[in-house]
Design a binder for this molecule. Sequence first.
Ligand code: OGA
Ligand code: MN
Length: 350
Amino acid sequence: MYGSDRAGDDAERTAFRKTEKKYKLYYENSKSTKKKKQPKQVDLSEVLDFKSISESFNQNGELPPGVVHVNFGLDRPIFGLENRPGFYFIPGALTLDEQCTWIRESLTNFPQPPNRTNHNIIYGPISNLFVAAKEGKVFVEEERSDNGLDSEPSASFYEEDIARSRGKTCKTVPASVLLRKLRWSTLGLQFDWSNRNYAVSLPHNKIPNALCRLAKRMAEPAMPIGEEFRPEAAIVNYFGSGDTLGGHLDDMEADWSKPIVSMSFGCKAIFLLGGKSRQDEPLAMFLRSGDVVLMAGEARECFHGVPRIFTDEENAEITPLELRFSDEDDRCFLDYIRTSRININIRQVL
Ligand code: OGA
Ligand code: MN
């Protein structure tokens, strides 16, 4: 599912793949190597914008064709799509405070062992990555002991000068590079990517109670009356400029009637919601910081992905967040989120 950004003839031929290519970040060929690379212009006129839909709905009750208002007695409107039962969009569902909290957690606590990240397979568990990047430290890979018992290396961060001397014999990587290359971490039940299942026996930290409460509250519109959502696993996705999440299905959870609760933070993105086949033409929509999407019922069986995030000032739409991180102490969060998007994707597994 991740990194499924394969080229290849078959992939090119599906409607989903075509739409991904339409929105993906490409750069203009420029002859001069001195000039900054310019992103190719993309036609965004067909991208559904639930922020402006929400604004005009609040003003005059009007909705574009295909979009429905789900009356759920909350203080803000929730929207659905006529031909995608089980899909819910809650624009601006999360307050700025909530956004800041979960951005901080996603960068500091969520990637901490025993939670797994995409770095595990190469480097073993890594502790305190964000702080190390902030302090300009360098990661030094320890020798792997091949006794099979602790074959996962416990690598550590060092000051640059120490790393340089050790670096003569060991491999070294700046922590900032590892932070930039952090693509996912997992909370709660750990997903085993190689076997494509939930590894119930893998050690893990529980999803924090505050996040569980938030997810339960958000999931309500998509839950059968009287039932409560049980958050058991979460995948945190990290996107930098040019990063994408290829079209996929989330089909590893036992009970598809329960929603996936998906929260967006940081730079604006384009989300594609397709149909049950990759041949179905997907619908494109913007996802902004604070938006929440629910996928339940039929929508659970639909291909979806993120072909684009916008890191330029005009399109990222994160000025209010930037102001919240304007303290000198928060410099590192600001620097990260300016060019990044974080998605927390919460599931009920069992
Ligand atoms: C996922 C997913 C969507 C997003 O993690 O399975 O679909 O908005 N994420 O990043
Ligand atoms: Mn998904």
